[in-house]
Write a protein that binds this ligand. Structure first.
Ligand SMILES: *Cc1c(COP(=O)(O)O)cnc(C)c1O
Length: 234
């Protein structure tokens, strides 16, 4: 991998943030209603100083080792980390105290591990397999009530849901899935208030984050679409 150009990255971030603010307004919300999280898998620890210089705030990591390497890199203390990948229960201990939010709680046994290994309250999102795809983990909508009950029994307050709809050539094809996640959330929110918070919807990636914000996302996770624009030629 070649280096990241901080100026090009800043420009790409500014553009994405403007697009997000405009989409939030179109959805009848405040311009800052949705937050940009940069997916970390396309950048390495060597890139951390450039990321910080460009104004990256929150990074979503899929792997514990990557998170630890970036945290330890020069400037890494200025970054906030979310966990967005499949998390093995035996790694929970190392992750819980390092992250702001675990976005990818995909099974009840992971909640047990989180409850057992965390000192204070941990903010989590439940991963929703909204299209019921065999290739994806997470809870299908019909399992969410039981999952929220399990979380409540563990003493975990769920902050909302994370979803990754099936790959689509046209971002508009993602809209019905985002709408469905939102509808499922709205219904559960009525039932589970105040035991769970459920305000956060993490949905939308490079190809469809604008549509996701229009549909109600509060967090978008964008990787390639932003990073590729800042990667310098070899
Ligand atoms: C990589 C990744 C993203 C970002 O995807 P891009 O297509 O690079 O924007 C979002 N969410 C998860 C869980 C990811 O692993």
């Amino acid at each position: 991998m070649t280096g990241i150009d901080p100026l090009a990255l800043r420009e790409a971030l500014d553009e994405a943030r403007e697009a997000i603010a405009a989409a939030a307004k179109r959805s009848g919300r405040a311009p800052d209603a949705a937050e940009l999280v940069i997916a970390g898998k396309y950048v390495g620890a060597d890139d951390v100083p450039a990321l910080v210089e460009a104004g990256v705030g929150v990074i979503g990591e899929n792997r514990l080792q990557d998170l630890q390497a970036k945290r330890a890199a020069p400037g890494g203390g200025a970054l906030t980390f979310d966990f967005i990948g499949h998390l093995q229960s035996r790694k929970v201990r190392d992750v819980v105290d390092e992250v702001r939010l675990i976005q990818s709680v995909d099974r009840e046994s992971l909640m047990d591990a989180i409850a057992a290994r965390s000192e204070g309250p941990v903010r989590v999102l439940l991963q929703v397999n909204i299209a019921g795809e065999d290739s994806k983990g997470g809870f299908v909508p019909g399992q969410l009530d039981a999952a929220l009950e399990h979380a409540a029994r563990c003493g975990i307050v769920v902050g909302g849901f994370m979803a990754l709809p099936p790959p689509a050539a046209d971002p508009e094809h993602s809209r019905p899935w985002f709408d469905r996640v939102r509808a499922v959330r709205d219904e559960l929110m009525e039932r589970w208030n105040p035991d769970h918070d459920l305000t956060d919807l993490s949905m939308g990636t490079s190809q469809d984050f604008v549509v996701a914000v229009e549909a109600g996302a509060t967090i978008v996770r964008v990787g390639r679409g932003i990073i590729d624009r800042a990667r310098m030629e070899p």
